[in-house]
Write a protein that binds this ligand. Structure first.
Ligand SMILES: [Zn+2]
Length: 290
């Protein structure tokens, strides 16, 4: 058995994982006190939780998934977390005497979907996009995994300002956050959580204004997708992050929108589109696959 740790932008989760099964999971949302010294709080939470787990389970390795830029198991920086140059491996390995690996969240989610989920069996040329607050991506080519910067491909000249510094990036048009903001604006509400948004869109499918917002969103998404398809010619594109919960609302519209608007150059190269199977558990499961 292994331990997976998912250090996200707003919460941390620690799970005992056996293959694709989560045996038990503990979570902590970063409240005000926790955030005063985030690194310290994370370290304490991890040490306490794992110490408890080790009373009951024999653990072979610990895998960490982090929203940030990772090199050689070191977190170089994470804008979301405000952390820089953190070596969790160095902190945790001697403490527990168990091997620790650290990987980027999209790498972990993509790896889990490749081993156990929607990309299983697609070894030649597969792409996985994690669509949530932003867009992350990875590519599998002949069995090897590659990092990909799909979220920051420009789809509109002088377009929306991206937090990366560029303008018109794919993620400023096609992240779930963009759709959520549009619906919030339409409903004149301050917030709507993921589950509410999904229910609302499903119940109001026939509403003209709502379907216009969703169709526009999918159109922008398809511009980015077809750029990726025409360059990389993948056999499949899998979707993770909160986007993967919208199977019955989005998935059929994607191919429809591409064909109707003539967005693809390589007409015969339409890939399969699939939602991730493991949903938000993909990161924590994938963290243990390295
Ligand atoms: Zn950008």
């Amino acid at each position: 058995m292994n331990i997976g740790i998912d250090i996200g932008g707003t919460h941390i989760a620690i799970a005992v994982v056996e293959k694709s099964n989560i045996i038990l999971q503990k979570e902590k949302v970063y409240n005000h006190d926790f955030k005063i010294n985030l690194l310290n709080s994370l370290e304490n939470f991890i040490k306490d939780t794992i110490t408890d787990i080790l009373q009951e389970y024999k653990i072979e390795k610990i895998g960490i998934s982090i929203a940030g830029t990772i090199q050689d198991n070191v977190l170089l920086y994470s804008t979301n977390l405000g952390l820089k140059n953190i070596d969790f491996r160095k902190i945790l390995e001697p403490y527990f005497n168990i091997p620790v690996t650290v990987n980027k969240d999209s790498f972990c989610a993509g790896r889990a979907e490749k081993e156990y989920g929607c990309l299983k069996g697609y070894d030649r040329n597969a792409i996985f996009l994690v669509i949530g607050t932003g867009i992350g991506g990875i590519r599998y080519l002949n069995g090897n995994i590659y990092r990909a910067g799909y979220g920051h491909m420009v789809i509109e000249k002088n377009g929306r300002q991206c937090k990366c510094g560029k303008k018109g990036c794919f993620e400023t048009y096609a992240s779930i956050k963009v759709l959520r903001d549009k619906i919030k604006e339409y409903l004149k509400v301050n917030d709507i959580d993921g589950k509410e948004l999904y229910k609302y869109l499903l119940l109001n499918k026939e509403n003209n204004e709502i379907s216009r917002i969703v169709d526009n969103y999918i159109y922008d998404l398809c511009i980015g997708l077809t750029n990726i398809i025409d360059i990389d010619l993948p056999e499949i594109i899998g979707f993770g992050g909160s986007f993967s919960y919208y199977d019955d609302i989005f998935i059929d519209k994607i191919e429809e929108t591409i064909v109707k608007n003539n967005l693809l150059f390589h007409k015969t190269k339409m890939p399969i589109f699939k939602m991730g199977k493991l949903k938000n558990d993909a990161g924590i499961i994938g963290a243990t696959c390295y």
